[in-house]
Structures are given as structure tokens and as C-alpha cells.
Design a protein around this ligand. Structure first.
Ligand code: TMP
Length: 254
């Protein structure tokens, strides 16, 4: 079979031309980076697990009416997605203080926030993805006010839904990052969820022990990185024990 044309290679994924116009193939790599590429490594099997975890979460979100770019999983490392114009803003939603909000504002890691907080970061590696305000985003035209309203409304719904989904399997959704894109259909533009949702861009803590089950194990050299990604998939009931026919649904945790 002819090799697909590569359109873009990022730190954790590659985008190829899709089989029909308006589609792309998203390939998940095992490569891991932290600190904007300052730390590099391989997390064996990460691409396979993130492909599967992101598929599962995007499907559950679609079921509650969240529009996403996900079409279907093609194989272990690839999924078919809809081509969108990516909005150059990373939306971070926080429920518990951790990572940069703790260092920036001196709030102890693990502090439950009185309400969920949304932050915006400009997608710009050369500038180290700086935090920006709504004013910056609309002033410089990265997104319009109506786009931002849609992104916030979708982010809050996604946060509520995923908090409950993860809590059901004994995981606290501490924080996570989303990306959105513009999709044109018959001259109408819609904002839809893009990128991926996986332990690469979520902080996931075991609800009982607060053990980290996400990329912080890599960022902070905590060890058992592969095991953490596997544990998330296992709790969601999507880690095949004996092949793809062995997939179970999520297991409720008391
Ligand atoms: P932070 O505490 O480093 O700002 O990260 C907040 C959340 O967003 C955390 O779950 C990791 C995720 N994130 C990304 O996925 N990509 C990024 O470039 C950044 C800065 C954060």
C-alpha cells in the first residue's frame, strides 16, 4: 500500500493525509517530552494506550453531544479524524492545584480548588506556551469572543462529565488540557474538540492514595511510567487482556 503523505510531526503525534478530503490520520508515537522538549524519552506502548484511551473518552463525550474530531480508530496506533483549523490556544481546566498553578501562585499541590478554573495558553513553542488572557486572545485575533464562549461552555461540560467518569473508576481528574478546532460544514463554522485526551495531557490521581497515574511520572522521574498509563486503561476497562475481543466496560470502584 502506498505510504500516506505526512503533513505534520509533533512531539507525540504525526498527522498524515486522510483517505478522503476533510480527513486526517492521527498516529500516536511512544515519544515523550517535558518542559517544552527539554526532557526527552520513550514510554514503551504509550502511543497504543493513548490511541485507545483517547478513542474511548472522545466516544463517551460524543454520546453526551460534545462535537469532536474523532471518526474511528484504524489500528493500534492510528485513528481517523476530521481535519480542522486548530485554534492556537491550549485550554487548561483545573479542579485541584498542581503543576504550574502551584509554582506560579504558591498554592500547595493537592489543594482542592473552590471552583474549577479555566486558563489559556498560547500554542507557541518558541515563546514556551505563555499563559494569556481572554483580552490577549481576542485582541490578537487567535479566537473571537463567540469562539471563546463555545470553548468555555464545551470545556466545562467536558470537565463535569470526565470528573464523574474518572471518579467512577477511582481516579481524581486533577487538571487537563484541551485543544479546539474550527470545522466548516455548508458555509457554517462550528468549534469542535480536537487533539487527544490521555494521561499525556491530564493529571490523574488515584482517588484513595493520590498516586499519580499520568505523565508527571515521566516529568518528575517517579518511575513506573508505562504501568501508570496501563492502569488508567485497565480501570476504564479498555486494556485487552487476551486480544481485542476481551474488552470489558468500566469497573465501578467503591
Ligand atoms: P501545567 O500545570 O504544567 O500548566 O499543566 C496543566 C495540565 O495541562 C496538565 O494536565 C498537563 C497539561 N498540559 C499539556 O498537556 N500540555 C502543555 O503544553 C501544558 C503546559 C500542560
Amino acid at each position: 500500500m502506498a505510504r500516506r503523505r505526512q503533513l505534520y510531526e509533533g512531539k507525540a503525534k504525526i498527522l498524515f493525509e486522510g483517505p478522503e478530503p476533510g480527513t486526517l490520520v492521527q498516529y500516536f508515537k511512544d515519544d515523550a517530552t517535558a518542559g517544552n522538549g527539554a526532557k526527552k524519552g520513550i514510554i514503551t506502548g504509550k502511543g497504543v494506550l493513548n490511541n485507545r484511551i483517547s478513542e474511548y473518552l472522545m466516544q463517551r463525550l460524543a454520546e453526551i453531544g460534545i462535537p469532536t474530531h474523532f471518526v474511528r480508530r484504524l489500528n493500534m496506533r492510528e485513528q481517523l479524524i476530521r481535519e480542522v483549523e486548530i485554534i492556537p490556544i491550549e485550554v487548561v481546566i483545573r479542579n485541584v492545584a498542581a503543576g504550574s498553578i502551584s509554582t506560579r501562585l504558591g498554592i500547595e499541590e493537592g489543594t482542592r480548588l473552590p471552583r474549577s478554573i479555566i486558563e489559556y495558553y498560547l500554542k507557541n513553542d518558541a515563546l514556551n506556551d505563555p499563559i494569556v488572557s481572554e483580552e490577549h486572545i481576542t485582541c490578537f485575533g487567535w479566537a473571537g469572543t463567540a469562539d471563546l464562549d463555545d470553548m468555555v461552555a464545551l470545556s466545562l461540560r467536558i470537565n463535569d462529565f470526565l470528573c464523574g467518569l474518572f471518579l467512577g473508576v477511582g481516579i481524581t481528574l486533577v487538571d487537563f488540557k484541551l485543544e479546539f478546532g474550527r470545522l466548516w460544514e455548508n458555509d457554517e463554522m462550528r468549534i469542535i474538540l480536537a487533539d487527544e485526551i490521555s494521561p499525556d495531557n491530564c493529571r490523574l490521581w488515584d482517588t484513595r492514595t493520590n498516586e499519580k497515574l499520568d505523565k508527571d511520572r515521566f516529568r518528575r522521574d517517579l518511575g513506573k511510567v508505562e504501568e501508570a498509563y496501563q492502569e488508567v486503561a485497565k480501570r476504564l476497562g479498555i486494556l485487552p487482556e487476551a486480544g481485542v475481543r476481551d474488552l470489558k466496560g468500566p469497573e465501578a470502584v467503591q
